[in-house]
Design a protein around this ligand. Structure first.
Ligand SMILES: [Zn+2]
Length: 325
């Protein structure tokens, strides 16, 4: 009897351990239907936005002469993609969910050759189209999976399973090393590796124009740090990195990749990043308490919450511990 009970207990513990280990594989299909989430009928539209394309799905907001936000107010994640142009070439930072093709929008905005670069590999940023040119951050853990220059995001990097989407295989034209500069012609961006939300997240710093594009690191909605590849250690390391890189630009605008419920483009300040850094340290030290079941919710500021793993599953070791710039 005792022996049988012992064996049953071992099996239960094993199943629980597998459940925790495979929690994303179990929870993401459970929480989603695997079908396309239809566009919402009503949406709050960004100020000064001009509708474009089939069903007026995209809203273009011109930020300056050479920078455009391409918002998707009707999509549930309310993505904001950016077209960043110089005099010789342009970058398309993120391409939306892809049920609507962003390429005609981009074509209307610029005649320059355009390179697509994802802020990270989640399906709501990679679109589904082919791109003439593709750039990707050059990280050892991505590069080692490429066959020549062919690269396919994996299940957890892409998460398209939530809406029945398979990741495409891309031919990478440019592998861009963290910390290096991207020359667009009279405009230069610095690519920063800023993991935390995922282990492939980047930010683009336009020092001369006082703007940094930060992807999903921090947008208008909640900060998400519990998907596969997310890491609290990376979040903290990246907060420090972003604050260091922008130290000479006190009034810099941080532009994230999702609008809030009000539909307006997300803008954060250095103060927001400093608060996040300090709160992350408090979470690490066990001083800031969380609420809810899964994910756990941390109140970072009155208008910012972070969704994270429970404390015992939080990973505080950075992916690349020595990566300081
Ligand atoms: Zn994301």
């Amino acid at each position: 009897m005792t022996k049988k009970f012992g064996i049953a207990l071992v099996i239960i513990v094993l199943l629980l351990a597998i459940g925790v280990w495979q929690r994303h594989r179990i929870l993401i299909p459970l929480a989603t239907t695997g079908e396309q989430i239809m566009r919402s009928e009503q949406a709050n539209l960004p100020a000064d936005g001009k509708p474009f394309g089939e069903d007026s799905y995209f809203y273009i907001v011109q930020l300056d002469e050479r920078t455009f936000a391409i918002a998707e107010p009707y999509a549930w994640p309310r993505n904001v993609n950016y077209l960043i142009a110089g005099t010789d070439r342009a970058l398309l930072l993120d391409a939306g969910v892809g049920f609507y093709d962003i390429r005609p929008v981009v074509k209307q905005l610029t005649d320059l050759p355009v390179t697509f670069i994802p802020s990270h590999l989640h399906y709501d940023h990679t679109g589904q189209g082919d791109y003439e040119r593709i750039a990707l951050v050059d990280l050892p853990h991505l590069r080692e999976r490429a066959t020549g220059d062919a690269f396919t995001p994996n299940w957890g990097e892409h998460l398209g399973v939530a809406e029945g989407l398979e990741p495409a295989t891309w031919n990478i034209d440019e592998w861009i090393k963290p910390g290096s500069e991207i020359e667009l012609g009279e405009r230069r961006l610095t690519l920063l590796f800023t993991p935390g939300h995922t282990d492939n997240s980047i930010s683009l710093l336009d020092n001369a124009n006082n703007i940094m594009f930060t992807g999903d690191y921090m947008s208008a909605g909640s900060i998400s740090a519990y998907y596969p590849g997310a890491s609290m250690g990376d979040y903290l390391q990246s907060a420090r990195k972003i604050l260091r890189a922008s130290a000479g630009n006190p009034d810099i605008e941080f532009r994230g990749a999702h609008a809030g419920e009000d539909g307006q483009l997300p803008i954060k300040s250095r103060e927001d990043f400093a608060v996040l850094r300090d709160q992350l340290i408090r979470i690490k030290d066990g001083e800031l308490k969380s609420t809810g079941s899964y994910p756990r919710i941390y109140a970072i500021k009155e208008d910012v919450v972070m969704q994270a793993e429970p404390r015992w599953l939080q990973d505080w070791s950075p992916t690349y511990p020595d990566d300081e710039d």
